[in-house]
Write a protein that binds this ligand. Structure first.
Ligand code: PRP
Ligand code: URA
Length: 209
């Protein structure tokens, strides 16, 4: 079964509180999501492999570590996942970015895929699927299925907030996928919104409500 990591760094938790607050406006919300995504990228890249190289400091030749050049792909789920891309690219600037467009049908709550564009070599990349919200898990589940169907072999999922229902769904459907969260919340309400959550992530990011 995939592991669940809640990234409880104090800076992440502090910023997440203001992201949740309904009095936080669009500009500040966007900035905070960007910052938290960057901090989460720092945590999620903790295990990247290193290689040894030889360099000259001004005083001596020495061996030193550099990233071994693991290929990473970020895959935001549109729309709200876009809000986390730039923050992550600040730390992983060489990552390629694919996009999966999904929205949740408000009646059926089922995800509907309307767009997909991925780097050609996804089977060689470690992919990080990004979405602020993991509610029923339908959207992330669908996105991960789409990626696997197209050859993806190594996938991790990164979200700001998840409901236990969404985590369970991903763990059942994709036991090979580890999940990274800033918070694991209590439950879903009758409209499949996360409680306490932050409301509609896409609308708050883009000011569409
Ligand atoms: C939101 C959110 C996730 C999805 C989570 O997207 O960004 O993609 O809901 O819910 P689920 O786990 O129950 O599938 P939404 O459908 O509102 O689309 P948007 O990002 O375009 O606003
Ligand atoms: N999508 C959101 O944007 N928020 C939720 O709480 C659930 C799904």
């Amino acid at each position: 079964m995939g592991k669940v990591y809640v990234l409880d760094h104090p800076l992440i938790q502090h910023k997440l509180t203001y992201i949740r607050d309904k009095n936080t406006g669009t500009k500040e919300f966007r900035e905070l999501v960007d910052e938290v995504a960057m901090l989460m990228a720092f945590e999620i890249t903790r295990n990247l492999p290193l290689a040894e190289t030889t360099i000259n400091t001004p005083v001596v030749e020495t061996k030193a570590k550099v990233l071994a050049g693991k290929k990473i792909g970020l895959v935001p789920i549109l729309r709200a996942g876009l809000g986390m891309v730039d923050g992550m690219l600040k730390l992983i600037p060489a990552a390629r970015v694919g996009h999966v467009g999904l929205y949740r049908d408000p009646e059926t709550l089922e995800p509907v895929e309307y767009y997909i564009k991925l780097p050609k070599d996804i089977s060689e990349r470690e992919l990080i699927v990004i979405d602020p919200m993991l509610a029923t898990g339908g959207s992330a589940n669908d996105a991960i299925h789409s990626l696997k169907k197209r050859g993806a072999k190594q996938i991790r999922l990164m979200c700001l907030i998840a409901a236990p229902e969404g985590v369970e769904k991903i763990q059942e459907a994709h036991p090979d996928v580890d999940i990274y969260l800033a918070a694991l919340d209590e439950k879903l309400d009758d409209h499949a919104y996360i409680i306490p959550g932050l409301g509609d992530a896409g609308d708050r990011l883009f000011g569409t409500k």
